[in-house]
Ligand binder design. Structure first.
Ligand code: XMP
Length: 328
């Protein structure tokens, strides 16, 4: 059984020097473990998988094959950034899979949040497994497991993705270079590896992505409106001197009456309400709502109501409990 306990002697990585020493040590270890074989890695663009990919690529170059599955539920600009950073800057072997129709077709008409999550999780594994089977000579699976994942797996959550893989893919040996790191250390190492700040310091984003924020049965038009509104909120709240822990939008499946002036004449304009959500928390178990300056709220409102199909903007001031952070 793999060693899952962080060595007591391991210093907290919080300086560029310690991060560089860790990178050098991992490069040696990864080379020794992998030899001349290939490593496959599902690269979401999140901090953990990105740092893991960057580290492994520094160690073994083109022996690393990354698969980026675009499920259509990513934030604006994310798939493009993964292709830019890993396909160009890090020059890894990157397989980009446009699976948007497959996910959105399977989700059409599904409104139950847990069913939505299951569909997204299952198709993700199916797409990844299909890509893996097309490749030859892959012996290792890279995973961005971090230390809190290991701690939580003792009782609370299943340990990352491995459990969900089909039988024929469970024989891969794992390469988990950041498995003893806490999140702040992963960010420190990512920064030292040269990953862009908006990737290294990005806020938490759920695996099912915008799927749990496009409340109820997802439609492509409402999802697109959400993606645009989310980009506006990330941009504007991101400019505050102190940013909240997490800030995003949700878009409930409700239309309300609005009015639009065409040639000076008011016409009824049925539209969606975009909800702005910002929270502060330490561990996501409870959360409070920070103050957002009114002029910032108004600026976001003015941009968001320009999005086709949107006629209202709300600010969610609910704390956790009794609300959860996400709307689903
Ligand atoms: P809730 O909504 O439970 O969210 O208060 C707590 C934190 O967890 C994130 N979250 C998820 N992350 N898969 C994930 O990887 C999920 O299905 C999921 N649901 C919620 C959420 O963004 C928040 O940071």
């Amino acid at each position: 059984m793999a060693n899952d306990v962080r060595p007591e002697s391991m210093a907290r990585i919080n300086t560029p020097e310690l991060a560089q020493a860790f990178i050098d040590e991992q490069i040696t270890e990864i080379r020794a473990q992998v030899g001349d074989k290939k490593v496959l890695l599902a690269l979401s663009g999140g901090v953990d998988s990105s740092v893991c990919a960057a580290l492994i690529s520094k160690a073994i170059g083109k022996q690393l094959v990354c698969v980026h599955v675009n499920h259509g539920l990513l934030r604006k600009g994310e798939p493009e950034q993964v292709c830019e950073v890993f396909g160009k800057q890090f020059d890894v072997n990157l397989i980009y899979v446009d699976a948007i129709d497959r996910f959105l077709d399977a989700l059409a008409g599904v409104s139950d949040p847990e069913t939505k999550r299951k569909i997204i999780g299952k198709i993700f594994i199916d797409v990844f497994a299909e890509e893996a089977r097309k490749l030859e000579g892959v012996s290792f699976l890279g995973q961005g497991t971090i230390y809190p994942d290991i701690l939580e797996s003792h009782g609370v959550k299943a340990h990352h993705n491995v459990g969900g893989l089909p039988e024929d893919m469970r024989d891969f040996e794992l390469v988990e270079p950041v498995k003893f790191l806490y999140k702040d250390e992963v960010r420190c190492v990512g920064h030292e590896l040269g990953l862009p700040d908006n990737m290294v310091y990005r806020q938490p984003f759920p695996g099912p992505g915008l799927g749990v924020r496009c409340v109820g049965a997802i439609t492509r038009d409402r999802l697109e409106a959400l993606r645009e509104a989310d980009a506006i909120v990330r941009e504007e709240i991101g400019k505050l001197p102190v940013t909240p822990w997490q800030y995003f939008c949700a878009i409930p499946d409700i239309q309300s009456t609005g009015i639009k002036y065409v040639d000076g004449k008011g016409e009824r304009y049925m539209g969606w309400a975009v909800v702005i959500r910002a929270v502060n928390t330490v561990d996501a178990v409870t959360a409070t709502v920070p103050e957002i300056p009114f002029d910032v709220l108004c600026k976001m409102r003015d941009e968001i109501v320009k999005i086709p199909g949107v006629n209202r903007v709300l600010w969610d001031i609910s704390e956790k409990p009794v609300a959860t952070i996400e709307w689903e």
